[in-house]
Design a protein. Structure first.
Length: 381
């Protein structure tokens, strides 16, 4: 079996109501996709991370100009060999950012082909599934105006609760006063200690303000405090982890096992959050997981993007063991994005759905378990 074609698709859709997080306004949803075709007709799909601020064309260009020439005529089952060759090829200019996202997308597509070829879901190729369904947490609480939206965000929390969510991640990082007002309003509106809460500032603060916020949040039983400082400030992560009671999470902006090894060696994280669309795909996340477990760090992947990225993330979450095994394990959660996204669920035949038990079933179909709708791809391209 050989690779005969590597194609990229950049898709975009403007938002009727732009929304903001601590780093800026998102005016359109985008995706950078890759389709890899083998000579036996099998096609694998992958997606590069695109959070809304960076042009998706960068990852697509990296695939077309830097990676594609080294993929043609290769056996798509050689996932590890190909990954390390692509990483070495781009090491001098691509260890982080969009080039790593490009490698991630390619790797996801190769594993998709491998699963289809073997007639098995990717999670079985990774060693098997620890669970056949995953508990989702609602990601939302973005701003439509900026600050001063505590009441609206409290109503959003109530809506998520009514929809059956038992965990939610709240976007903070707009100012210390606004953050605390939002937290108080949401907790009072929920009035339910059984609902798990996480907070995410998207690295909005320096060490001093991040610590002030973390101390102010100590009264809330948070599952984690995500990206309190910029990803480059590893010492800041480690310092906050030592002085705060809330678990420190991060890693969506880190790449490859090399990058995560720095975080683990410097004891910077309680919860590692590699994103499969940027950390290096399935091949890299396997290495990251091994390092995390060797260092006693939990792993709960960050999830963002279209239904293709979601499908890939579900496969890895199914295959994640608990970092701290016990009779009643603390299982990883699925980040379930509820922000506005015109094409997220339009691209595949079976987008994620929450079952009546409040959990998302893991696909048992070969590969990623998806069939891509080319009509939708072309509509939004």
């Amino acid at each position: 079996m050989k690779i005969v074609e590597v194609e990229t698709f950049v898709i975009k859709a403007d938002l009727d109501k732009p929304f903001a997080f601590s780093q800026g306004w998102v005016h359109q949803r985008t995706a950078s996709l890759v389709r890899i075709t083998a000579d036996n007709g099998l096609q694998g799909w992958g997606e590069a991370f695109a959070q809304g601020l960076e042009p998706p064309e960068i990852a697509a260009a990296a695939i077309t100009h830097a990676l594609r020439p080294h993929l043609l005529e290769r056996n798509p089952l050689d996932t590890s060999v190909i990954w390390h060759e692509l990483y070495a090829l781009t090491r001098d200019y691509g260890r982080k950012g969009s080039v790593m996202a490009a490698i991630s997308a390619v790797d996801i597509a190769l594993w998709d082909i491998a699963g289809q070829f073997l007639g098995q879901p990717v999670h079985r190729l990774l060693g098997g599934a620890y669970r056949d369904s995953v508990r989702p947490y609602a990601t939302g609480f973005y701003r439509l105006q900026g600050c001063g939206e505590a009441d609206r965000l409290a109503q959003e929390a109530q809506a998520h609760k009514t929809a059956g969510f038992t965990a939610m991640k709240i976007k903070l990082g707009f100012s210390l006063n606004d953050d605390l007002q939002v937290m108080q309003s949401i907790v009072e509106a929920l009035d339910d200690s059984s609902i798990e809460l996480m907070v995410d500032t998207n690295h909005a603060y320096g060490r001093r303000d991040a610590r002030t916020l973390g101390e102010a949040l100590a009264d809330y039983p948070l599952r984690w405090y995500e990206e309190p400082v910029v990803p480059e400030d590893i010492d800041g992560y480690a310092e906050l982890r030592q002085v705060l009671s809330v678990p420190i999470a991060g890693g969506e902006n880190e790449h490859s096992a090399f990058g995560f090894n720095d975080l683990f060696q410097r004891k910077a994280l309680d919860v590692a959050q590699p994103d499969i669309g940027s950390c290096g795909g399935f091949t890299a996340i396997k290495e990251i997981l091994a390092l995390a477990h060797a260092n006693g760090v939990s792993v709960n992947p960050h999830v963002w993007g279209s239904a293709i990225a979601q499908a890939a993330s579900m496969q890895i979450i199914a295959a994640l063991p608990s970092a701290h095994p016990r009779l009643i394990a603390d299982e990883p959660l699925l980040e379930y994005d509820l922000s506005d996204h015109p094409f997220r669920e339009q691209l595949i035949d079976k987008p994620l759905r929450i079952a009546s038990n409040g959990r998302v079933p893991v696909s048992q179909e070969p590969g990623l378990g998806i069939t891509v709708d080319m009509g939708a791809i072309l509509e939004f391209s």
